[in-house]
Write a protein that binds this ligand. Structure first.
Ligand SMILES: *Cc1c(COP(=O)(O)O)cnc(C)c1O
Length: 435
């Protein structure tokens, strides 16, 4: 199909995620044909640096030869079978390998289809688990303001971004939202959650957090000490701490897991996205204590399972991802490249109209002052359009623009991406200077 036909057919039938569809009808989208490494290539051969790892998934870039080989070999051997009453090598070896790299204490792996279903499974594990541990009063959940844990009904219930949750108020469960620990309001935020846990801990099943950085809320970062204090609080009042590492895992923030920055042991950990590279799969890891709630008589089983949980192709890919992390020293590369991102964002922070910048590991973000809103669109979108003209694919989060490139992006591509972003911000904010 040529470009025009693809776009016409798309506009006739495809309903896009998070997309105002009348506006979409007017857009001229990138039409991707292939991708390699950190680059997307459209049907006409134009290339775009993948500035957000294709919605935070392509941590090892596109078309990694080892991942493609693992995918092909697994597909030819055993492409699909269920995990109900069946064991297979990819799922069992992956579980063992995950436990080996996970924070200490996580010993059990429950597979799901994607990040949202990992969160939903974790919610249900907490709910059923406390009942079966003889604490039926522990039924309530806590999450942070600004939290994003996915889009299924359970995950949306935990969500702390009001606009994502509001349309579904009639079908979500109640969740207590605690203040986000902004650097200038840290003590207040911690006191609020501490009071909640001290006074109502008997009714609380779990606290869900995105460790170190809230992605969808606009790459909002916070101090590791908050996680340490939260861990102590949860221990003192017997509330489970669930870390959602779907975005932050696999070195996005520097270490393999973001919660390692705080040195904490979560009770449950959700992983997804980079986890299985090119096919959807995710997992919930749990401690012996959590798992123990489901042992014993038959009626204590966790009555939950997704069609593609532990699917052999996903599991084979997830194993190969871990092998590549070891063999290609991906985290060492992150440690080397993170300061490059940090320096670029410090520079972007000096551009008039840039209100605030922040960076952590392979994430850099800048909040832009929204000057000319209205028909021109928000400032974030205008930067993204300018970046596209300059050869990079980005998406804004409101008036925040950010990069989170593949973790194995090479140095030259990273410099190019950061240069495109800086140039685009300068252009849109109207303060282009000669460099
Ligand atoms: C993307 C994301 C999810 C949801 O994962 P899906 O695979 O899109 O369902 C959950 N939590 C966080 C932190 C995420 O970034």
């Amino acid at each position: 199909m040529d470009r025009a036909t693809i776009v016409r057919t798309d506009k006739a039938h495809v309903w896009h995620p998070y997309t105002p569809m009348d506006a979409w009808a007017e857009t001229d989208p990138i039409v991707v044909a292939r991708a390699k490494g950190a680059w997307l290539e459209d049907v006409d051969g134009a290339r775009y640096l993948d500035g957000n790892s294709s919605w935070w998934v392509a941590g090892l870039g596109h078309g990694h030869p080892r991942l493609l080989r693992a995918l092909r070999e697994q597909a030819e051997t055993l492409a699909h079978c269920s995990l109900a009453g069946i064991a297979h090598e990819p799922a069992s070896r992956l579980a063992e390998e995950l436990v080996a790299v996970a924070p200490a204490g996580l010993t059990r792996v429950f597979y799901t289809d994607d990040g949202s279903t990992a969160i939903d499974a974790a919610v249900k594990i907490c709910a059923q688990g406390w009942q079966q541990l003889g604490r039926p009063g522990k039924t309530r959940f806590v999450a942070l303001d600004g939290a994003y844990h996915g889009d299924t009904v359970g995950a949306v219930s935990l969500g702390g971004v009001e606009v994502f949750r509001r349309p579904f108020a009639g079908v979500t469960f109640e969740c207590v939202h605690a203040p986000f620990p902004e650097p200038d309001a840290y003590d207040r935020a911690f006191s609020a959650i501490a009071r909640l846990v001290r006074e109502e801990g008997d009714t609380l099943a779990a606290i869900f957090v995105e460790p170190m950085v809230q992605g969808a809320a606009g790459m909002r970062m916070y101090d590791a000490s908050f996680l340490r204090e939260l861990r102590a609080l949860c221990d003192a009042h017997d509330v489970w701490l669930v870390v959602d590492e779907v975005f932050t895992g696999y070195g996005r923030t520097g270490p393999m897991w973001a919660c390692q920055a705080a040195g904490i042991r979560p009770d449950l950990m959700c992983v997804g996205k980079v986890f299985s590279a090119y096919v959807p799969m995710a997992a919930v890891l749990a401690t012996d204590r959590v798992f123990s709630a489901f042992r014993g008589a038959r009626d204590r089983a966790f009555l939950h399972g997704h069609t593609f949980c532990g699917n052999p192709i996903g599991a084979a890919l997830a194993r190969e991802v871990l092998a590549i992390y070891r063999d290609e020293r991906v985290l060492e590369g992150v440690a080397r490249k993170a300061p490059v991102i940090a320096r670029a964002f410090e520079r972007i922070g000096t551009i008039p109209g840039v209100q605030r910048v922040r960076h952590l590991g392979m994430i850099g973000a800048a909040d832009l002052q929204d000057t000319r809103d209205g028909y021109l669109g928000s400032v974030g979108w205008r930067v993204v359009e300018e970046a596209r003209r300059r050869g990079a694919y980005l998406r804004p989060l409101g008036s925040t623009v950010y990069v989170c490139p593949p973790l194995n992006v090479d140095d030259a591509d990273l410099e190019t991406l950061l240069g495109v972003l800086e140039g685009s911000v300068r252009e849109v904010l109207g303060t282009r200077t000669s460099r």
